[in-house]
Design a protein around this ligand. Structure first.
Ligand code: ZN
Ligand code: ZN
Length: 257
């Protein structure tokens, strides 16, 4: 009862924010300033980036691990990175748009902590283009990695939801934000090792509407793929509750060293 009340209030808030975004887009048309350096740009500049900033993005090109999507050195002989050879994953495969470096870090930071919500639209544009070029087909649902309700209240929004919402509109794929929830308010993972992250995320997510995801092919959305522990734990509960294939699309990914 209480949890359904909270869920209702989160959903209500999301609806309000959607209206607010539409209103802001109306009074502040997109593509006026570069989202990285803030200089004024022509309104046909791709992703609302000036040409210099766009050229500085390290898009993932060349050889990648077929499982986690991280870039591999051209001289590396296998098709999976050493991490993926030795691990068990519940998602089919993951892809990412660009390397997690100072530039992509700034884009994500500006969205999450400077609360520049409009950036999520342009991140979704980039993710749409990378998704369109990928081999991932027949997706039924977009599922953003959920935040714990307490964290969502503190931040006022879930960045993965914002990106997923725009991506859903751009690709005409339904978004599901009610079936997968985060039940454990995990500590920030930045300083944790791979093993600590896995432990930290144990039982952090739960599927509460099995019917919605049953036999559905899911595209899981997140901003950053670091060790993949978060998306793997989400994939585990989704697959255990009967989802079809789970694919992962993130904005940026780190390299395996
Ligand atoms: Zn710029
Ligand atoms: Zn890999």
């Amino acid at each position: 009862m209480w949890s359904s009340k909270i869920r209702c209030s989160i959903e209500y808030k999301k609806i309000l924010y959607d209206y607010w975004d539409t209103f802001l887009n109306f009074i502040y048309p997109r593509n006026i300033y570069c989202i990285i350096c803030n200089i004024s740009i022509d309104n046909d500049e791709k992703y609302s980036l000036c040409s210099k900033c766009r050229a500085s993005l390290q898009f993932i090109e060349g050889k990648i691990c077929i499982k986690c999507g991280k870039p591999l050195d051209e001289e590396y002989l296998l098709d999976k990175c050493h991490q993926c050879i030795n691990s068990e994953y519940f998602y089919t495969n993951a892809i990412s748009c660009m390397e997690y470096d100072d530039i992509s870090k700034k884009i994500i930071y500006d969205l999450k902590y400077s609360k520049k919500r409009y950036i999520s639209y342009h991140m979704a544009e980039i993710m749409r283009d990378i998704f369109a070029k990928s081999d991932i087909k027949d997706i039924d649902l977009i599922v953003p990695v959920p935040l714990h309700r307490q964290k969502e209240r503190e931040r006022t929004f879930n960045q993965s939801y914002l990106i997923g919402k725009y991506l859903g509109k751009m690709t005409d794929i339904d978004i599901d934000v009610t079936s997968l929830i985060r039940v454990k308010n995990t500590m920030t993972q930045n300083r944790l090792s791979r093993e600590e992250r896995i432990e930290n995320l144990k039982d952090a997510f739960k599927v509460i509407r099995d019917d919605n995801i049953k036999d559905k092919n899911i595209l899981l959305i997140d901003d950053v793929f670091t060790t993949g522990a978060t998306v793997n734990e989400c994939s585990r509960v989704l697959v255990e509750k009967g989802a079809g294939e789970v694919y992962v699309l993130t904005f940026a990914t780190g390299r395996n060293v």
